[in-house]
Design a protein around this ligand. Sequence first.
Ligand SMILES: Nc1nc2c(ncn2[C@@H]2O[C@H](COP(=O)(O)OP(=O)(O)O)[C@@H](OP(=O)(O)OP(=O)(O)O)[C@H]2O)c(=O)[nH]1
Ligand SMILES: [Mn+2]
Length: 188
Amino acid sequence: MSEPCPAGGVSESAVAAILRCVNFSAIKHRKQRRKDPQQTPYINHPIGVAYLLVEAGVKDVDVLQAALLHDTVEDTDTSPQELLDAFGPRVAGLVAEVTDDKSLPSKERKRLQIVHAADASHEAKLVKLADKLYNLRDLERCTPVGWTDTRVKEYFKWAAQVVAGCRGTNAYLEGELDKLFMKWNKEL
Ligand SMILES: Nc1nc2c(ncn2[C@@H]2O[C@H](COP(=O)(O)OP(=O)(O)O)[C@@H](OP(=O)(O)OP(=O)(O)O)[C@H]2O)c(=O)[nH]1
Ligand SMILES: [Mn+2]
């Protein structure tokens, strides 16, 4: 892995690269809140996803940056070109791999995530697994405003199908997901 470098090409430490990325993502998500009753700031989610990857032993700074940025193109005004300019082709490419096409109806987007999971790169699968683990743990913590029990169960069932396509990538993340799936299978 090469030293992380901003678009200007000046050498940058890993810590600086991560903090530049957290700052970028926080600015982009600043108007967003999570769907929980407490309206938690949205940025808690990308930071939490990146930290799950740290807990999973991932040391690749590009992957940690992609986790921090993973919802910026899908959910904010961020363009792929902006990510390319600020974080380079590898990070921008990983974010593109985990970004849904919002012009498609929700049902089709969900279907495509299942279909495409297995074709994703190893690094994109890492981000996908951490994203699903964070969201499922969040669902356990509390139900998003307006969600019925059925919708929560449907999300679990769908997430299990996406995770199935990402298996063989990281034992820690898959083990943590399996603990949740085992618990939920009893209730489904
Ligand atoms: N569990 C949970 N999810 C919340 C909350 N607030 C926002 N979300 C986001 O909602 C998405 C899941 O809700 P859905 O209804 O299935 O997705 P949609 O909004 O994109 O249609 C996730 O998007 P995503 O990260 O892009 O992931 P994914 O849907 O691709 O898995 C998740 O991050 C919350 O309080 N709890
Ligand atoms: Mn996400």
